[in-house]
Design a protein around this ligand. Sequence first.
Ligand code: KG4
Ligand code: ZN
Length: 336
Amino acid sequence: MILALETSCDDTCAAVLSPVGALLSNIISSQGVHDQFGGVVPEVASRHHLQLVNVVIAEALRKADTELDAIERVAVTQGPGLVGALLIGLSTAKALAGARGVPLAAVDHLQGHVAASFLPGVDPNGNPTAPLEPPFLCLVASGGHTFLALAEDHSSFTVLGRTLDDAAGEAFDKGARQLGLPYPGGPHVERLAAEGDASAFTFPISGGLGGLDFSFSGLKTSLLYRIRDLGEEATAHCRADLAASYQHAIVEALARRVEQAVAQTGVEQVSIGGGVAANGVLRRRLEGAATRVHVPPRALCTDNAAMIGAAALHGPWLAPGEYEGLDAYPTGRRDL
Ligand code: KG4
Ligand code: ZN
């Protein structure tokens, strides 16, 4: 059995997978303390990981109806992410693997988001769908990263396009803040937008950019100017329309690039990952974008340890003696 840990940002996550990759438990403890600051405070996140990590692991083992003695491998996020937060997961994983003398996999967080598609997905009615086999195109859109990749095999991917400024999730979070909604903004914008008219306002869709890259910083500025021009009272009156139109611009920017990538590469399998992939409007918009569109359950889109375990299934594994030192250390930012 594999125990997987993920602590790269503000969610403390542990999962247990069977040797053949069946997901037995997937525990996510969202710290819920960062909204008062309007974003994640790295030191606060690290301290909470420290308090939560053992509890979350115990819960993952309990839910999987197993115990630590049955764990034969440990997988953990190495980076990119907040270095202090990563350090908690990595140290815990090294200690557990080292004490038990079992192999350890230090997994790239972004490979993890791609690998979430190696686990079963869901159809629009919530029924399970088969895992996706490479090659496939994968749109990863989260709070820290936005890129479109070609996953040619189980252990790597080629980046076809990426954001040149803000990540799509960051655009949701910053827009939400301007609309007076709490952090993380994506789910709140989606809820408010459901009551609004997406064609009420026009926001830029980064269409002027060449290739398969994205840009979201102009969109955020555009919302700022629109709110300023409307004034407080009119803004309050049409918040739902603003949210719906703003969300529409982000979803269109992402979906059009996916369609373009399918046309350019001829790869007819598409999947999505990252927190923004939990967005229902994006999920519906992408239906039919390729012959096969794989949609992971929402819990496998936002940060989770199951995807880290799924990526680790395909290695590489470090043997005892190879990871106890500083050779498996947290890796910081990556420009995607
Ligand atoms: O992948 P994730 O959990 O963490 C990172 O690695 O960043 O993504 C978090 C991001 C946040 O920006 C959040 O606002 C966004 O995903 N998000 C959403 C939704 N749920 C989470 N964005 C749009 N719609 C949602 N339903
Ligand atoms: Zn992530």
